[in-house]
Design a protein around this ligand. Structure first.
Ligand code: UDP
Length: 495
């Protein structure tokens, strides 16, 4: 083997095909490349096209990040053509088929990795893609698992499993204390379901657990000063090394990089900026529920009424899939006109980091997806919380009960992805009340804002030169150099 440092490690990054997983992995790719690694990020044609703006920005920067497009086997798996991302699925019924389709990428991925010369050094694979972990195992490569959610969520799921909550408690709606956490946190099983912990998903669940058990460590988009006690607890209960490398979004220092994350924005980011420039500091509520959660018309109307009644300035992002005839009719028949002097409605994809980091933003109504939550933390914006499913209710607990930087609307029942038959989760009065508590300049909101700003300072420090997250990126590179293949191409040919 050649001496350490004589070669750049080559990382293969495999995100889950969902915007909430691709976006942070692209950021991670940049950070690894900035510290001297070569990176190949595995994606598919539709996902590469959707994330084109940031891919172009990375290309232009000259960083050694290569985007690898594997053909997504829609037809083979029985999915409609083009359904290459979680948020493109026509209904919740397609989720299982989608994960089966992803599994078919295992062979093409193995062929790609095997064909690389010199051989790649290390893989970082999304925890939801255990088939990618198999490829690393077969090729004898060191491998880290990337967890999309917060460390608090991951350790809570593990503790609930270890203490038999999922087996013992039969009532999905019975309030329970999560056993073993440093402070009392109450949830229901419905709000904290664990990953793939559903009938019919046993195989994937056991593969996911096995892939984590056999990994060299885990990478999480969080930072020491935010989740120190949960990171320590996670290490203790799993015996795994945790590399907290976030907030990853902060690697986008340039405005165009921030504007280019994810889908093509449906509004020019300069236009949003000048709208925000005309507002008072910390006066605007930003409302966006990520890439997957979908509001049905009755819920969308309820939210609109709550925003109107709050009398606060706002930016409200409505997804293309939410623009049903019923919703469109309601929006255009009076609502948009009535709020036109203080509300900006964005229909489609919004440049979230551009908006959140503007000084006029004073609050963020969020579904508590982990990326959105951490993005708000990273720029010191407190939150109004409205969780929908998966890890989001626990993230709400972290934001409201642990960190003290959020006001809960009080949603109790999860909506499974974009379920059609669920009752409205939040009423206009509850929405208005939560907005007022955060945005009315009263003591409660100001205290939460101050705490959020303090956390943002710590977040920035974590990502600076000697910060904890920067050091963890350096650790990943060093680990790859020490444990991965580091033979030169000539040495490999001789062997
Ligand atoms: N996002 C965005 N604009 C949008 C919607 C989402 O930039 O209009 C980004 C957001 O900044 C975050 C990601 O998409 O990085 C969503 O991830 P999150 O974990 O918050 O939620 P998910 O979409 O996975 O539910």
């Amino acid at each position: 083997m050649s001496g350490l440092g004589s070669r750049k490690p080559h990382f293969i990054l495999v995100p889950l095909a969902a915007q909430g997983h691709i976006i942070p992995m692209v950021d991670l790719a940049r950070l690894l490349a900035e510290r001297g690694a070569r990176v190949s990020l595995v994606t598919t044609p539709v996902n590469a096209a959707r994330n084109k703006a940031i891919i172009n920005r990375v290309d232009e920067s000259g960083l050694p990040v290569h985007f690898v497009e594997l053909q997504f086997p829609c037809a083979e798996a029985g999915l409609p053509e083009g359904c290459e991302n979680m948020d493109l699925l026509p209904s919740s019924d397609h989720i299982k088929t989608f994960f089966d389709a992803l599994r078919l990428l295992r062979e093409p991925l193995a062929r790609y990795v095997q064909a690389q010369r010199p051989r790649p050094t290390c893989m970082i694979t999304d925890s939801s893609c255990p088939w990618a972990a198999d490829v690393a195992r077969e090729l004898g490569m060191p491998r880290f698992i990337f967890h999309g959610p917060s460390c608090f969520v991951m350790v809570s799921f593990i503790l609930m499993q270890l203490h038999g909550i999922y087996d013992r408690i039969t009532d999905d709606f019975e309030p329970i204390l999560i056993p073993g956490l440093p402070q009392p946190i109450e949830v229901t099983k419905a709000q904290a379901p664990g990953f793939f912990n559903l009938p019919g998903w046993e195989k994937l669940r056991s593969e996911v657990l096995q892939a984590e058990l056999t990994a060299d460590g885990v990478v999480m988009n969080t930072f020491e000063d935010l989740e120190h006690s949960f990171i320590e607890l996670y290490k203790k209960v799993t015996g795994k090394n945790v590399c907290a490398v976030g907030p990853l979004s902060l690697c986008n220092k340039d405005l165009d990089d921030r504007a280019g994350r994810g889908n093509k924005s449906s509004i020019d980011h300069h236009r949003v900026q000048s709208w925000l420039d005309s507002r008072k500091p910390k006066s605007v509520l930003y409302v966006n529920f990520g890439s997957i959660a979908r509001l049905r018309p009755c819920q969308l109307i309820e939210l609109g009424c709550g925003l109107e009644a709050s009398n606060q300035p706002f930016i409200w992002v409505i997804k293309d899939v939410e623009k049903t005839p019923e919703a469109d009719k309601w929006l255009s028949e009076g609502f948009e006109e009535r709020v036109s002097t203080r509300g900006l409605v964005i229909k489609g994809w919004a440049p979230q980091m551009v908006i959140l980091s503007h000084s006029a933003i004073g609050g963020f109504m969020t579904h508590c997806g982990w990326n959105s939550t951490l993005e708000a933390v990273s720029v010191g914006v407190p939150m109004v919380t409205w969780p929908y499913f998966a890890d989001q209710f626990l993230n709400e607990k972290l934001v409201v009960d642990v960190l003290g930087i959020g006001v809960a609307i009080g949603v109790k029942l999860p909506i499974f992805y974009f379920s059609e038959d669920s009752p409205p989760a939040a009423k206009r009065d509850d929405i208005e009340r939560a907005i007022s508590r955060l945005m009315d300049k009263g003591e409660e909101g100001e205290e939460k804002r101050k705490r959020a700003e303090e956390l943002a300072e710590k977040a920035v420090r974590a990502m600076e030169g000697a910060g904890s997250s920067t050091e963890n990126i350096a650790y990943l590179i060093q680990y790859a150099l020490e444990h991965g293949n580091n033979d030169s191409e000539e040495e490999e040919q001789k062997a």
